[in-house]
Design a protein around this ligand. Structure first.
Ligand code: PCA
Length: 215
């Protein structure tokens, strides 16, 4: 059965959980529209995250990748539109690396667009009552690094692999330690991921071109 790969990250920045992995791991083995979800954990480490992703792609041979990461200030499920060729870390990663102003891939293009139907996904999420929208920056930490690396993999070696990245809010149990930070229950994120997978498998790559403006 063809695979759709979902990835989540390990905790970072002093947190003990990362809701991206908590949500993604619940879908490991889920079957949808003739495809099976494979869930994989990514280290929050520059370089190692891309090595782990490449191994996961080689092992599962997915038709699509939706990578997921935590973003503390986000109030909704945020479908990232652009990956930039920049590592610029405000805090050290889990191995103590803190790259500043270096490319993810030396000589690579400045940026890549997501190749998943992100507007269709955001619209489907909203229709299901789950707050969602598009974002034009995945930041410059390990999430953008992984997103860019995945887009680059598609560009140079895996043209049939559709790639996207979803940033999610903190889980409520994390947000209580960050007063004022928005949050979303992991169960709702998982429900959103199911909708995202269904939409990816039901929708052609170019559908976001025709989806119109998402207010
Ligand atoms: N969020 C971080 C890296 C890992 C994660 O879950 C980010 O937004 O870059």
């Amino acid at each position: 059965m063809p695979t759709i790969l979902l990835t989540g990250f390990e905790p970072f920045g002093g947190e003990t959980v990362n809701p991206s992995w908590e949500a993604v791991r619940r879908l490991d083995g889920w079957e949808c529209r003739g495809h099976r979800v494979a869930a994989r954990l990514m280290p929050c480490v520059f370089g190692a995250a891309l090595d782990t992703l490449e191994r996961a792609v080689a092992e599962t041979d997915p038709v699509a990748l939706l990578a997921v990461g935590q973003a503390q200030s986000r109030a909704e499920l945020s479908l990232e539109r652009v990956a930039v060729n920049l590592d610029d870390a405000r805090i050290p990663d889990n191995a103590g690396n803190r790259p500043v102003d270096v490319p993810v891939v030396a000589g690579g293009p400045t940026a890549y667009f997501a190749s998943l139907p992100i507007k269709a996904i955001a619209t489907a999420l909203r229709s299901a009552g789950i707050p969602a929208g598009l974002s034009h920056s995945a930041g410059s930490f390990v999430c953008n690094h992984l997103f860019y690396g995945a887009c680059h993999l598609r560009a140079v070696r895996r043209p049939d692999l559709r790639v996207g990245f979803l940033h999610i809010p903190l889980a409520p149990e994390q947000a209580v330690r960050h007063p004022g930070a928005p949050s979303m229950a992991v169960g709702q994120v998982t429900a959103g991921l199911r909708i995202a997978v269904e939409t990816i498998l039901a929708t052609g790559e170019d559908c976001h071109e025709a989806a119109g403006t998402l207010e």
